[in-house]
Design a protein around this ligand. Structure first.
Ligand code: MTE
Length: 334
């Protein structure tokens, strides 16, 4: 069950300096002999009380078994939870980084319906509880590189998108996957006002090629830092595609449709010259208005020079994903 997701520069929580709570939870896991176990699922059914989340307000994951990513070699520091949940792009709640945390707190995520449809033999719909119980949950530590040249390192909880797709039994015409965010202007002020919503035509839509969608790195996330997703991070379920710029990681998803043709995507509709369909992290191809050669890693905050690091092709996940783009001109298919 355990997928080793990061090869070239694995991450360790040993280096987490300012997330004491998270760290101590992991220590308890270690003492219990859980960390590094191939499958926590099998053990945890009869395991000691799952009290390592008890200091968290959120109870959804208390009863659930998680497969924790084995993160033994170290090179990076997690972005503090407070930063992850307060520095967001979620234009449905406003365009400034602090808008989503301020404007999304009343966002209702239960009940929820996520519909899987299109070129499949078995279309189905997942309700709110199904999001947490239909597929084995795992924790994955991923780098998220925003097109605006900042990045974070985040411990996500979720399951591979491939699981959702396989369950729907796609047919041979399923060449792409189209995603759609909830459209609810009453709850999302950015959908009501062009000024608040940055001129985007809502609902926010995204897409992946089917092989990208089936890649084991591609995650459907329902939590981070041991808790269900905060609204501003895309509750109750969002995509995380770690080798692509952050805008591909669409939030608060209500529709996943298998389609034959490449689907339209929000940022490409808004500014095609600046945002392509593929959006693979690529330090060699600049954004028309700024360089993509380096990024500011958001760690303990601040604009410290030491936080500026070189951007890696495919955000450092090339070993796992570069093969999919063999023979493609990545300047043309940006
Ligand atoms: N999804 C929706 N529906 N609306 C958005 O505005 N912003 C994207 C992406 N998903 C966005 C979205 C961008 S630009 C980024 S960088 C990431 O979400 C940010 O995710 P985070 O706030 O969890 O860091």
């Amino acid at each position: 069950m355990l997928i080793k997701t990061i090869k070239s520069s694995d991450i360790s929580e040993q280096q987490v300096t300012d997330e004491n709570l998270y760290h101590s939870r992991r220590s308890v896991l270690k003492q219990l002999g859980f960390l590094g176990a191939g499958s926590l699922l099998a053990q945890s059914a009869n395991a000691a009380p799952l009290d390592f989340f008890s200091s968290k307000k959120d109870v959804v994951f208390q009863q659930r078994a998680l497969n924790f990513q084995k993160a033994s070699e170290s090179s990076e520091i997690l972005t503090p939870e407070a930063k992850v949940t307060s520095h967001n792009n979620f234009y449905e709640f406003g365009t400034a980084k602090g808008d989503p945390v301020e404007n999304a707190q009343e966002f209702k995520v239960n009940p929820w319906q996520l519909k899987i449809s299109g070129e499949v033999d078995k279309p189905y719909t997942l309700g709110y509880d199904d999001l947490f119980s239909s597929f084995p949950l795992e924790e994955r530590i991923y780098r998220l590189r925003c097109v605006e040249a900042w990045s974070m390192v985040i411990p996500w909880i979720g399951f591979p998108l491939a699981e959702i797709i396989k369950k729907a039994a796609p047919n041979s015409r399923a060449k792409y996957v189209a995603f759609e965010t909830l459209y609810d202007p009453e709850q999302m002020p950015g959908q009501k006002s062009r000024r608040i919503g940055g001129g985007i035509k809502y609902p926010y839509v995204e897409g992946l090629r089917i092989d990208e969608a089936m890649n084991p790195l591609t995650l459907m996330s329902v939590g981070l830092y041991g808790k269900t997703l905060p609204a501003q991070n895309g509750a109750p379920i969002r995509l995380v595609v770690p080798w692509k710029y952050g805008f591909k990681s669409i939030k608060s998803i209500v529709g996943i449709k298998l389609v034959e043709k490449q689907p339209p995507t929000t940022w490409n509709i808004l500014a095609a010259r600046e945002y392509g369909f593929y959006a693979n992290v690529n330090p060699a191809v600049d954004h028309p208005r700024w360089s993509q050669a380096s990024e500011r890693r958001l760690t303990t905050g601040g604009l410290l020079a030491r936080n500026r690091i070189a951007t890696l092709p495919f955000n450092g996940y090339g070993e796992e994903v570069a093969e999919m783009y063999k023979g493609m001109d990545l300047r043309k298919y940006y």
